[in-house]
Design a protein around this ligand. Structure first.
Ligand SMILES: C[S@@+](CC[C@H](N)C(=O)[O-])C[C@H]1O[C@@H](n2cnc3c(N)ncnc32)[C@H](O)[C@@H]1O
Length: 208
């Protein structure tokens, strides 16, 4: 689902290089921990199907998921804001984005996610959350503001591979009646949560 074959093979190579790098690292924090290719494909599908214009990524790392999102955003005339706390990783991501001419679709911001979210006033159509899982619960009240329009989608990776680490976060999302959610067994497991339209919800409640 990548828009041209040269780009597709470049992005596949990036994945292979990162995967080999990660296999050689015993320290988890030294790994780039790219999202799985099948998950990246689903991300791209969501951006395209929503014709998303405003996309937020929390956790750029080496930019594998960013490359997929950027390729989709090019076709929706959208734009990605991608955050990472690690500038070195973002510089690597930047080189890859430039190499395949997707850099104009992305603004890379080197900042702690919580600090960014606290100051943010922008609404996003799609948010990918793929950072350090122990902080996700702290992000939720801010993520909700980012996703304040009906149809806004939050995607969270690793919810099956690291289920115990995200169980409190999933409980928070599940207990919020402004959002519907689903856990999709693709790759490491993706949580998809969508902001509901309040009118639809009221009408639905009346039927019960
Ligand atoms: C799992 S990796 C992201 C992988 C990337 N989405 C991909 O698929 O290519 C997680 C990234 O989150 C970043 N990160 C960790 N804590 C963060 C924080 N508090 N704010 C912003 N980024 C953070 C790490 O530096 C790391 O690069």
């Amino acid at each position: 689902m990548i828009s041209n074959s040269k780009r597709k093979s470049y992005i596949e190579q990036v994945y292979q290089v990162y995967h080999a790098h990660d296999q050689s690292q015993s320290n988890r924090l030294q790994r780039l921990r790219s999202i799985e290719p099948v998950s990246a494909e689903l991300l791209s599908f969501i951006v395209l199907s929503k014709q998303a214009k405003h996309i937020l990524e929390i956790g750029t790392s080496g930019g594998y998921s960013t490359l997929w999102l950027a390729d989709a955003a090019l076709r929706t005339q959208g734009h990605i804001t991608s955050l990472d706390i690690d500038d070195t990783r973002q510089q690597i991501a930047k080189k890859h984005l430039e190499h395949i001419k997707l850099d104009n679709c992305v603004t890379l911001i080197c900042q702690d996610a919580l600090a960014f979210l606290q100051d943010n006033h922008q609404c996003y159509d799609v948010v990918l959350l793929d950072a350090e899982r122990q902080f996700y619960c702290d992000y939720w009240c801010h993520l909700k503001k980012c996703l304040s329009q009906a149809g806004g989608v939050l995607i969270v990776d690793n919810v099956i591979s690291h289920a115990e680490q995200v169980q409190d976060f999933i409980k928070l999302v599940a207990s919020d009646d402004q959002f519907s959610h689903s856990i999709v067994p693709v790759g490491a497991g993706l949580l998809l949560a969508v902001r509901q339209n309040d009118i639809t919800k009221d009408a639905y409640d009346k039927l019960l």
